[in-house]
Write a protein that binds this ligand. Structure first.
Ligand code: AMP
Length: 282
């Protein structure tokens, strides 16, 4: 596995692979890799000849009161996991390499980021779009894999690829979970044992929405109320939002669910804010 830290070297490597007719699969990450990321690497392998993973903690997607400085940086462990997983190229740029001094051009997403996590994190998805666009220009992938755990991010990236005509196929990767249903996340390690024991309440709330939906409930307010009631049973959990929105526009629903809808929630469990989601399909 080759480790590359400059944009120019990465671009040259990608162009050389393309000249050899190789299909490049790309998994962008912020590092602190876990089984969720590795499942995306395996999926990328199924769709490509060469797999590139990037590890870059992107400053522009963190708000002023968020955990950019404290975000776990574990490059040696990440490198070993990528090597073991058969990753071909590991792109690990510095912040100035991605954001040269005086950088003044960036992307803004104006529709899908208004609700859910975007409402609580202004500018977050602009930062995501900006860094992913840069990474696409540097890695030149044919296909890129994004996790369904970050449902809004996946939809924003798809919209960016459509609107800006990126020649990249976006493949969604199913959410990897702990045995008790908790979605795997770099932030799970910040819970103490008591909080960790309560954290599966996110998945249980989504299971309940799926159960009620399958039984015919179509009123988003009733489904949200049922999810809220389940989360309220966990004293360590504090709801940021629980919402059901149109799966394509991510706009709130004004009536019953008649098209695929995204049920999504963000819940503080102790220090970390955890997210999870499911799609309800009529
Ligand atoms: P991050 O390093 O948190 O920015 O995540 C990098 C990629 O891994 C994103 O596409 C995430 O959606 C994806 N990801 C994170 N956690 C999981 C998980 N538990 N299952 C599947 N994909 C995940």
């Amino acid at each position: 596995m080759k480790i590359i830290s400059t944009a120019l070297e990465m671009q040259q490597a990608a162009l050389a692979l393309r000249a050899q007719g190789k299909r490049i699969g790309f998994v962008p990450t912020m590092g602190n890799l876990h089984e969720g990321h590795l499942s995306l690497v395996r999926l990328a392998k199924e769709h490509a000849d060469t797999v590139v993973v990037s590890v870059f903690v992107n400053p522009t997607q963190f708000g002023p009161n968020e955990d950019f400085a404290a975000y776990p940086r574990t490059f040696e462990a990440d490198r070993a996991l990528c090597e073991k997983e058969g990753v071909d190229l590991l792109f690990h740029p510095s912040v100035p390499e991605m954001y040269p001094d005086g950088a003044s051009v960036s992307l803004v997403e104006t529709a899908l980021s208004r609700t859910l996590c975007g409402a609580a994190r202004p500018g977050h998805f602009d930062g995501v779009c900006t860094v992913v666009a840069k990474l696409f220009h540097i890695v030149l992938p044919h296909v890129a894999v994004f996790g369904e755990k970050d449902a809004q991010q996946l939809r924003v990236i798809r919209r960016m690829v459509r609107d800006l005509r990126f020649p990249v196929e976006i493949v969604p990767g199913p959410t990897a979970r702990e045995p008790d249903g908790l979605a795997r996340s770099s932030r799970n390690q910040y819970m103490d044992a008591k909080q960790r024991a309560q954290a599966p309440c996110l998945r249980r709330a989504l299971d309940e929405s799926e159960r009620l939906f399958a039984a015919g409930e179509r009123d988003p307010r009733k489904l949200v109320a049922a999810m809220r009631a389940l989360i309220a049973e966990c004293p360590a959990a504090k709801v940021d939002y629980i919402d059901i929105v149109d799966d394509e526009t991510l706009q709130p629903l004004s009536g019953p669910i008649e098209r695929p809808a995204l049920a999504a929630l963000a819940v503080w469990v102790g220090k970390p804010r955890l997210i999870d989601n499911t799609v309800l399909r009529p």
